[in-house]
Write a new protein. Structure first.
Length: 354
């Protein structure tokens, strides 16, 4: 009887542990889907979604077939320090290698993610120290200063529907050197230009309005990047002009799964934006928060790449607004997309009609 009770208790504990380990919306998916989602979200630095996948049983040491990429490697390449800390706390193994023999530390070093390197160094055997910075032979050439554009567009409500400035898709050809945003700004060379697609068609082809880019300093890192996250390497007016006008903030997406016999489908619904942002050409902004509070202030150009910084905005923090426009949002919903980010606070989506 005692033996039976002990076995029963062991089974109950094992069952409870599995139940706790796989909860939430991700529990129903298979290991491959969870692993690939973990790598994708780790690359983007979306900690909240990463935690949800892990709660649903996602394996923090999942390795992508063919490349050997792990969530920790993806987060390290993107310079996402908090994601790296979380994955390590969940048992991520820093010694794992990708198909090219590189560890998470090696990828952080290639991406020049010094903060991530500092976290991984104590866990890495004989890490290669970063090279010493040598004084430049010639003084660096400062990019040209672009004057603030005249205030020709204050609000889009009564403005004619014109296409706001951004380097049109196809502006860059194979062999061109470009800057692109993937967690932080990087430079690279365009290897291939995707299909231009059709804005009027309610679907998206593979590679539509994307560039295949080889990251500088990482010859084995080739990936497709949405055209809204790609610019030239010399500052141009569209790096700030694109953001002028009215944006809807805080839209959320819900996913509901419906089962009909053996057929399962996902339905997506979008809850309306709860906040609004107006960016003016006189370098002022007005942010209407969910509690109807109006925050006004000044914006400046982002110094590391295309985008603007709203000074002393929500919660008294400086928020960076960057373009995330992509073919899916353009074709299916007729929207331009951007994202507001700041340290220590969840990012905020920004949308507006084409």
């Amino acid at each position: 009887m005692k033996i039976f009770a002990a076995l029963l208790l062991t089974c109950l504990i094992f069952h409870c542990e599995n139940t706790i380990a796989q909860t939430g919306p991700w529990a129903k998916y298979d290991a491959k889907m969870k692993g690939e989602a973990l790598i994708r979200e780790s690359d983007g630095g979306y900690l909240k979604e990463i935690k949800s996948i892990v709660e649903g049983g996602g394996d923090v040491n999942w390795q992508m077939e063919g490349t050997g990429l792990t969530p920790l490697m993806a987060a390290s390449s993107g310079g996402h320090t908090e994601v790296v800390r979380f994955l390590l706390a969940q048992g991520a193994k820093p010694e794992l290698q990708d198909a090219y023999g590189r560890t998470a530390y090696d990828r952080a070093k290639l991406a020049k993610a010094t903060t991530v390197m500092a976290v991984l160094t104590p866990l890495t055997k004989n890490p290669i120290p970063p090279p010493k910075k040598l004084p430049p032979v010639n003084p660096p050439v400062k990019p040209p200063v672009i004057p603030t554009p005249s205030p020709v567009l204050v609000s889009l409500k009564n403005a004619p529907k014109v296409k706001l400035p951004w380097a049109p898709f196809g502006s860059f050809k194979a062999g061109d050197k470009v800057a692109f945003f993937n967690g932080s700004w990087h430079t690279g060379t365009v290897l291939e230009v995707g299909a231009p697609g059709d804005y009027k068609v309610k679907n998206v082809a593979a590679g539509e309005r994307k560039y295949l880019i080889a990251r500088e300093g990482a010859p084995n890192w080739n990936d497709w990047t949405n055209w809204g996250s790609v610019t030239g390497i010399v500052r141009e007016k569209y790096w700030t002009d694109f953001f002028l006008g009215d944006w809807c903030l805080g839209e959320t997406m819900a996913v509901n799964t419906h089962t009909d016999g053996n057929y399962e489908r996902d339905e997506y619904s979008f809850h309306g934006a709860t906040e609004a942002l107006q960016v003016n050409a006189d370098n002022s902004y007005k942010w209407k928060t969910i509690d109807k509070k109006i925050i006004t202030g000044k914006w400046i150009a982002a110094t590391d790449g295309a985008g603007i910084i709203l000074l002393k905005a929500y919660r008294g923090k400086d928020w960076t607004l960057r373009n995330e426009t992509n073919a899916a949002e353009e074709n299916i919903r007729g929207l331009q997309s951007a994202r507001l980010t700041t340290d220590g606070v969840m990012s905020v989506t920004a949308k507006r009609g084409l």
